[in-house]
Design a protein around this ligand. Sequence first.
Ligand code: FAD
Ligand code: SF4
Ligand code: SF4
Length: 488
Amino acid sequence: MAEGKKKKKTKIVPKKYPMPEQNPKERVKNFDEVPLGQDGETAILEAKRCLQCKPSPNRKICKDGCPVEIDIPAFIKQVQEGDFAGAMKTVRDKQNLPAVCGRVCPYENQCEGMCVLGKKNEPVGIGRLERFLADWERNEQKHGKIELPPPTGKKVAVVGGGPAGLTVAGDLAKQGHKVTLFEALQYSGGVLVYGIPEFRLPKEIVRAEVDFIRRSGVEMRNDHVVGKLDTVDELLQEYDAVFVGTGAGLPNWTNLEGENLNGILSANEFLTRVNLMKAFNFPEYDTPIRVGKTVVTLGGGNVAMDCARTSLRLGAEESIILYRRSDAELPARREEVHHAKEEGVRFELLAAPVRYIGDDEGNVKQVEAVRMRLGEPDDSGRRRPIKIEGSNFIVDCQTVLIAIGQSPNPLVPMTTPDLKTTKWGTIAVDAEGRTSKKGVFAGGDISTGAATVILAMGDGKRAAKAMHKYLTEDASWPAPEVFEKAAC
Ligand code: FAD
Ligand code: SF4
Ligand code: SF4
């Protein structure tokens, strides 16, 4: 460096630029989105916090944490320069649902968890930037014309219109294959439409993302349950390959005494009635749902937070989360826990239900629970909860929502005899998403068990790549033993 010319040090801005949000007292009375989004000026300032790290074999950076491999430093650089259209193009190159992931992706454990800036400061708000760009594109109607490639003559069936299926459909259509997506419900989107509530993910946004994929040339057949109307074997007679992305929508139950009392619902039923049938919009929609004065939600994941927060919005005076481990082990995203606390959800931690107690008319009136303490870590690495004998206590309530996990949807495996499944009911796949049945691929929650949107999309990307290869250059298939091993 020439004498006297010192390298100018960039001043680090230690914290993310704030995200405006609805006031907690107000928002518990409505279903509108909680974070309001940032403007272009703030997005540029946030992008300027980025150090533009170069990848190196010895150091992981943001993009190593993104399952769909978005070139994060590149799109952030474009935002720094105010080139929002270019940045969006970079994001869309890898990402089929940017407005969704910018809202619900667990980025704190993914890209932002690997942000170099985050070692000593707050990481760059990558999720917020992605959300900003997707909203900018939608609001400015800058979607532009989607260029479709020449048809390859190959036909693909995608079963299930959740994040995994939508990703496969979008990616294969972009390569010129004729894709038909079969969805059991009246809209595609999967959990994004029937599970995650409006105040976290407005359905209009999911619709716009699904529409973008439809405009990429995907034919969408809704209200079509594969396994009832037809089978995977029948699809294979018409299509060159099939992708199964049917998710994990089967609720887990506690199997405790009294579980069949009125007022005890699975999270899945509760959220589906609120989201898909618009129960929150009664009487405009003729599908009311009743919640009691006190609602107890069992579980500590995103689903539990969604139930507890939805209950408050439906008029519950008290919403209690009962979770068997401590705050540190809550599996929900920290932002969701923070929002739930701000809204007044009460956390009854280190407590587990023992039985449900009903009144003379068969309605639940109490949950009996027991205090827990944490022992040694279990296989998942989390400390095992242990009952404290004699510590039972009673919580009065009129509604209980069970949000302790979901299992894979069994219909497709049940109706496809030679599709190998694991002991958890997931479809056994190899690293490329190939199943034990030639020409059939699978991914997302149906093969991993209940996980996250971005992991389902990552699976979808990998499967789409493998399907393209299968359709165009190499139709070889692994030996059956590969799946015997996976199925153990
Ligand atoms: P799904 O989204 O379940 O989609 C499967 C689709 O297949 C559905 O549309 C279903 O109707 C359809 N289908 C099923 N069977 C058939 C059939 N036989 N024929 C035709 N179609 C069929 N993840 C996050 O990353 N962040 C969050 O904040 C978050 N919050 C969540 C909140 C809730 C309430 C829930 C339930 C989950 C949440 N998740 C979250 C998890 C995430 O939504 C899932 O991991 C993700 O949606 C899985 O995608 P998928 O495509 O595998 O399955
Ligand atoms: Fe990060 Fe998720 Fe976006 Fe990837 S998709 S860059 S992990 S927020
Ligand atoms: Fe920017 Fe963080 Fe990625 Fe480095 S790791 S390029 S600071 S977002």
